[in-house]
Ligand binder design. Structure first.
Ligand code: ZN
Ligand code: ZN
Ligand code: ZN
Ligand code: ZN
Length: 228
């Protein structure tokens, strides 16, 4: 995998761009988010504890999400969300582990977030026990209020798709060749022009680059959109 510069992302509320490090601070003060929170609190429904989660791929840390999740919702809801936005290729098994290393314990997906997860804990999500994707979840902040939507999770920020270069010409790449990856173990990214003349096709046409750390693993090809 190529080395990448520091990751950028954007705030879903105000659409402005921030670095991965500064966006957490931004979310705490974002005027547009504040408005959305005030609007929700003035509406119907009951207040509850809401968890701000920082989610990132365990190895490719330029892939990250800031989520707000209702603490009464279950790990199953988080699993569904991660599958939708990043992971789902062919319905593999998944599990959650709380803690790290040999102190990590598997925890059931029916458990509620508030019953298993406290600040300082590390929650790991493993998708697919063959070609595994590992996601790390940390609790950044907690607030009390009415949820912004009726869904368990709200996307607050996510990384921009990392810029990649064409292996032929160094121009921005738009595609990934799976034959390069599987047969030659080369991260074969291609621009819109060189994808036309690329000689490989044994694993189908090169797939468009999408904003997911699972791209190219087990044939994952997107769409990498939030499930709701
Ligand atoms: Zn903002
Ligand atoms: Zn698969
Ligand atoms: Zn090119
Ligand atoms: Zn190729």
């Amino acid at each position: 995998m190529p080395q990448r510069k520091s990751s950028k992302g954007h705030c879903i509320f105000c659409q402005k761009e921030f670095s991965k490090v500064s966006i957490t601070k931004h979310l705490a003060t974002c005027a547009e988010r504040k408005k959305a929170i005030e609007q929700a609190n003035a509406g119907k429904g009951t207040a509850e504890m809401l968890f701000h989660l920082r989610v990132q791929d365990a190895y490719r840390k330029e892939f990250w999400l800031d989520l707000e999740m209702r603490s009464t919702k279950s790990l199953k809801d988080l699993d569904t969300y991660l599958r939708g936005i990043w992971l789902e290729c062919c319905g593999h098994l998944s599990e959650f582990l709380l803690g790290t290393g040999r102190f990590a314990n598997q925890i059931g997906k029916q458990r509620k977030l508030q019953d298993v997860f406290q600040r300082g804990d590390t929650l790991a999500h493993i998708y697919d026990f063959g070609t595994s994707s590992e996601t790390i979840v940390k609790l950044v902040a907690v607030r009390e209020g009415k949820p912004l939507t009726s869904k368990p999770i709200v996307l607050m920020a996510r990384n921009q798709r990392p810029e990649e270069k064409c292996i032929e010409c160094d121009q921005p790449a738009e595609y990934l060749c799976q034959e390069c990856l599987i047969e030659d173990e080369v991260w074969g990214t291609l621009c819109a022009e060189h994808v036309q003349s690329h000689p490989h096709g044994d694993y189908g046409d090169p797939i468009p680059l999408v904003n997911s750390p699972r791209l190219g693993m087990c044939g994952y090809d997107g769409p990498a959109d939030p499930p709701y």
